[in-house]
Design a binder for this molecule. Structure first.
Ligand code: PMV
Length: 351
């Protein structure tokens, strides 16, 4: 049985890790558990057009903002080969994958998490249509969402945290029932209201191509002198975060979150070969955030991804004052003074 020509569309958000994933084994399985906020405004929209064909080679083309983007195709081909054993119909259709991001092109915000999540959801949605009765439930079940997260993980590890929201855990953790190395799961414990609409303003310090990719960075955690301690530390930090998310102790939250960001970058600096992804402006911003906190008693803090950009996290009640601080003091350290105002979001939506 085959579907006639048609299309599926999904919008998936980006996510920002609070406890970081850095180091993997096997088929994109994490060496430690991680936890993230799903974002709201930074997302990828993907429409997958499909047309039945006779089985044979994979056939697909990728378009970014309406223009053919052949440079994405080897990555998608690799992804298709990797997931073929879980999605049986990939060779039976010709695909046209149209994708666009809400954030500026090459802003240094990785589109791999939101992009791989949206693509995985399109594929699982197609599978859902293949197997469901006409007139059946159109939305994806919990098991189907789990499968989509599993597939997204095979595209890009942290993408498995970009399907649901507002807080997602990936990687087995003894205190979090149902947590898995295979897919992301919704964080089910109680969360204090201060975190319900937590703000994330992303300062675009450097838009350039990173000198060292995340996949090489993960690789370098094999035989890393501090690997074992780092993986343990991530687990402890997640344990410490559980009561903090519940009681809303933002002072404690800041300590965990900033320490995680700097520990991630410390792993890069102590790899062999070693590397630094922060830029002088990254450090300037971190110092100014610390000074601002000291002077004003603000609860603003930072986190970092594998790059030079800074994610500025703060409670919604401080939005006016922190955005004022960012535009008057911090944006001068961004490329073209650019930053993205975002906040915690609720996950992917079918379009
Ligand atoms: O998903 P990857 O392989 O691009 O790795 C991303 C890892 C970090 O963004 C640095 C941390 C994380 O947990 O998101």
């Amino acid at each position: 049985q085959k579907l006639s020509s048609g299309s599926v569309s999904w919008q998936s958000p980006s996510n920002i890790a609070l406890v970081k994933y850095w180091g993997k084994y096997g088929e994109q399985l994490p060496m430690n558990s991680s936890i993230s906020f799903s974002l709201k405004n930074s997302h990828t929209n993907t429409t997958m057009f499909f047309e039945p064909k006779s089985s044979g080679e994979f056939e697909f083309k990728v378009f970014l903002d309406g223009k053919r983007e052949a440079s994405f195709e080897p990555k998608i081909l690799k992804f298709f080969k990797r997931i073929e054993k879980y999605i049986s119909f990939l060779r039976d259709y010709k695909f046209r994958i149209e994708t666009s991001n809400s954030f500026p092109h090459s802003s240094g915000i990785a589109s791999s998490a939101s992009g791989m999540s949206a693509l995985a959801l399109c594929l699982v949605d197609m599978e859902h249509r293949l197997h469901s009765d006409p007139g059946g439930q159109p939305s994806l079940s919990e098991a189907e969402m789990q499968k989509a997260s599993f597939l997204a993980r095979l595209g890009s590890g942290s993408a498995c945290r970009s399907l649901q929201g507002p807080i997602i855990v990936w990687g087995e953790h003894p205190e979090i029932e149902g947590s898995s190395n295979l897919y992301g799961t919704q964080y089910k414990f109680q969360v204090h209201e201060i975190f319900h609409n937590y703000q994330d303003t992303i300062l675009l310090v450097d838009k350039g191509e990173k000198q060292v990719s995340s996949s090489i960075g993960h690789e370098l955690m094999h035989n890393h002198p501090f690997a074992k301690q780092r993986f343990e530390q991530a687990g402890f930090n997640l344990s410490k975060l559980i009561p903090v998310l519940k009681n809303g102790d933002v002072t404690e939250f800041i300590k965990i979150i900033e320490s995680e960001a700097l520990s991630l970058h410390a792993m890069m600096m102590t790899s062999m070969p070693y590397f630094i992804l922060m830029k002088p402006n990254t450090l300037e911003i971190l110092n100014r955030i610390w000074a601002f906190r000291e002077e004003t008693g603000s609860k603003v803090c930072f986190t970092l991804d594998a790059g030079a950009n800074v994610h500025v996290l703060y409670p919604e009640a401080e939005k006016g004052s922190v955005l004022n601080f960012i535009s008057t003091e911090l944006s001068q350290f961004c490329k073209n003074n650019e930053f993205i105002v975002d906040e915690v979001g609720f996950g992917a939506v079918k379009k």
